[in-house]
Design a protein around this ligand. Structure first.
Ligand SMILES: Cc1cc2nc3c(=O)[nH]c(=O)nc-3n(C[C@H](O)[C@H](O)[C@H](O)COP(=O)(O)O)c2cc1C
Length: 234
């Protein structure tokens, strides 16, 4: 059992606000490996996330070596062949409201703009999208799953742990990118990782040290103004 943090330890942890301000998705990584102990530290901190009834839903599977190569090769083949699977869970509302569509387009422009990929360059965009399936060549590749019986509340809990992992990594000089693209091929991922059919594939995550010279890491996203999502009701 991972014991509660003691008050003296709490005061030595980097303030979360700093990590939250500095964190951004990183899609280009240095080859420097991440020590197992450091990764385990990050995961244990992430799992301090709150959850309903402290159920702590979800699993993080680190995919390494030949298994990782096999997974990425098969995912890339499936993607390049235009194969489609039924996804385990829905993500985007359909239709996407125009206000959200604008945010999506702005995020895509930030990414492809940093790479110098023009709007009409389908091959360039496809190549970058394909890199999702290689975990952006990060030293640590994670697949994140949840027991299929969980409803939206469980995803909410797991999302907090995922963000906790991002912040824990950030505060230790590491960088991350969540990879929702993995959820396009849940069956393939379960097969290669030999996961039971009761595991829903939520997303992947790339984790490692940032390649600070990689143009892709120049992509910066904005956020909606406070009044777009916060209202005080008297
Ligand atoms: C659950 C989740 C899934 C994501 N999936 C992908 C993905 O498949 N590929 C990708 O390049 N970025 C992915 N992202 C990164 C988002 O595009 C990014 O978080 C967003 O544009 C805001 O930018 P920032 O993280 O740099 O602040 C994902 C983020 C989240 C939280």
């Amino acid at each position: 059992m991972n014991k509660p943090l003691s008050p003296s330890l709490i005061s030595t942890v980097t303030p979360a606000a700093n990590s939250a301000q500095l964190r951004r998705s990183v899609r280009g990584f240095a080859s420097q490996p991440v020590a197992d102990a450091l990764l385990h530290d990050c995961l244990q901190e992430a799992r301090r996330a709150p959850s309903g009834a402290n159920l702590q839903p979800g699993y993080f599977w680190q995919v390494c070596g030949a298994r990782r190569e096999q997974l990425s090769t098969q995912l890339q083949h499936a993607y390049e062949a235009g194969e489609q699977e039924a996804e385990d869970y829905g993500y985007f509302p359909s239709p996407l409201p125009m206000s959200m569509r604008k945010r999506q387009v702005a995020a895509a422009q930030a990414l492809y703009g940093a790479l110098g990929v023009e709007r009409g360059d389908a091959a360039g965009r496809g190549a970058q999208f394909g890199r999702n399936f290689r975990f952006f060549d990060a030293p640590v590749a994670l697949i994140i799953t949840i027991d299929s019986g969980f409803g939206p509340g469980g995803y909410m809990d797991l999302g907090m742990a995922i963000y906790g992992l991002m912040l824990a990594a950030q505060s230790r000089g590491l960088a991350t990118c969540a990879i929702g693209a993995m959820a396009s091929y849940p069956g393939l991922i379960r097969d290669v990782l030999a996961l039971p059919s009761t595991q829903t594939v939520v997303c992947g995550m790339a984790l490692g040290y940032e390649d600070v010279g990689a143009p892709v890491n120049q992509a910066l996203t904005a956020r909606a103004e406070l009044d777009a999502y916060f209202k005080r009701l008297d």
